[in-house]
Design a protein around this ligand. Structure first.
Ligand SMILES: [Fe+2]
Ligand SMILES: [Fe+2]
Length: 435
């Protein structure tokens, strides 16, 4: 067999990651200041008719309020904007409402929205004449796995007879969360730029020796893709730590903190290489993420830098790297492959230390930045939990093999995230009280 044809099967296995490999630098930045959602509903109304059944369509646009650091973090997931509704009542009349709605997310899985506006109902075919009036309503939505709404409202007539207010109850679905998609975290410390979080692109550098494991082609390609995603996330942490070291030095932080940030940078270089090796061996193709430069320093002054660094320490260190450590520990429990176990052990240990560095940076910023930092961090800690990391999406393939190669089922990855969030919030609130 020629070397070319020997290289072919692993190359085919790598096809699953080829789309990703060929992509240029990928920004996950999104415009998160505006959201639009369309929905349909079934409703019953009481009052003017004994009972009227309604089939409705709903459109709402929402201007989202900015988070504490514009562009750098998830928006507050609160907002307001116009809405429009059309309902077909008893296949005989139409009710139209327009107005303003406003509300926000209560948690990762639920939101609440109130609305106030003007409504017009066309005449019923039998006796009731058309009427206009005031429309008030409230809508509670479950966000996961689909956006399911439960609504209650009232229409208060302002014209014509009869003066009979109408009550409405409805259930429906929206195509997208009303207060925008929750942007997801990145595995470990993400690279934040002025345009949002950036994941380094991946490069395919030619055939590599394939790992002799009994894996079907689809599972092998899916695992290679997942480990390549991890390598890209780890690679993004390198410039992120370089920027952290630079910014710590700029605000006059102790040299020991600066040194620890640089030490963490070294860990991330190692993690990148080890994750890339696993991805390459699985794909039979040399895969490497491309190193990106650190983001430019962009804080207006020392105070702004302290606020931003405190929030990043909380989001990316205490939460992001804390969760990366928790996931690696859980992955280790199911991992069988010796090489994978070695890498996971290393990542679990290092990421826990990086999370601890996050707590130290947070403590420093709280001590130096005063009330403004306390308030910003307090808001972040008491707001809805951020969504779990994006690249924890379940790897498709033989479940046992997937776990043997160190990838967690979705439910376990989410549990690691939730446990990290709960513990960090408890410790964080204690730290805030002490500050
Ligand atoms: Fe790492
Ligand atoms: Fe890290």
């Amino acid at each position: 067999m020629s070397s070319c044809s020997r290289a072919l099967p692993p190359t085919l296995a790598a096809l699953g990651v080829v789309a990703l490999v060929s992509l240029p630098g990928q920004a996950r930045a999104e415009d998160d200041s505006f959201a639009m959602s369309v929905g349909v509903s079934l409703s019953v109304s009481f009052g003017q008719k004994l009972v009227a059944f309604g089939l409705g369509a709903d459109l709402r646009a929402t201007f989202l309020m900015e988070g504490s650091v514009p562009g750098a973090f998830d928006s507050g997931h609160m907002g307001f904007g116009p809405f429009a509704q059309a309902t077909w009542l008893n296949f005989s009349a139409g009710r139209f409402a327009i107005g303003t709605h406003g509300g926000g997310d209560l948690s990762r899985d639920a939101s609440i929205d109130g609305e106030l506006g003007w409504m017009y109902r066309t005449p019923y075919r039998d006796l009731l004449p058309g009427q206009h009036g005031l429309h008030v309503g409230v809508m509670a939505s479950l966000l996961d796995p689909a956006v399911v709404d439960f609504s209650a409202g009232a229409a208060i007539p302002l014209s014509g007879e009869p003066f009979a207010p109408e009550g409405m109850l409805g259930v429906g679905v929206h195509a997208a969360p009303i207060f925008g998609e929750r942007s997801t975290a990145i595995d470990g410390r993400p690279l934040r730029t002025a345009d949002g979080v950036v994941l380094p692109p991946a490069l395919g550098l030619g055939p590599a020796a394939s790992r002799p494991a009994r894996l079907d082609r689809a599972t092998r390609a899916a695992l290679a893709g997942a480990w390549l995603d991890s390598a890209r996330a780890e690679c993004g942490s390198i410039p992120a730590f370089l920027a952290l070291a630079r910014d710590l030095a700029a605000v006059g932080a102790p040299a020991s903190l600066v040194a620890r940030a640089l030490g963490a940078l070294g860990d991330e270089v190692r993690h990148t290489a080890r994750c890339s090796e696993i991805a390459s061996e699985l794909a039979g193709w040399r895969l490497r993420p491309a190193l990106l430069p650190p983001p430019a320093a962009r804080d207006a002054d020392r105070q702004a830098a302290l606020v931003r660094m405190a929030l990043e320490a909380w989001h990316d260190g205490c939460l992001g790297e804390g969760a990366a450590a928790a996931r690696a520990r859980r992955s280790l429990a199911g991992a069988k492959d010796a090489g994978v176990r070695a890498v996971l052990g290393e990542i679990a240990r290092d990421e826990a230390l990086h999370a601890e560095l996050g707590w130290r940076v947070l403590a420093y910023c709280l001590a130096e930045g005063g009330r403004e930092v306390r308030e910003a961090v307090g808001d972040a800690m008491t707001g809805p939990a951020p969504a779990p990391p994006a690249d924890d999406a379940e790897v498709e393939g033989e479940r046992k093999e997937v776990q043997a190669f160190g990838r967690l089922p979705r439910a376990e990855a989410d549990a690691a995230w939730d446990e990290t969030w709960a513990a960090a919030r408890r410790d964080g609130e204690r730290m805030l009280v002490a500050a």
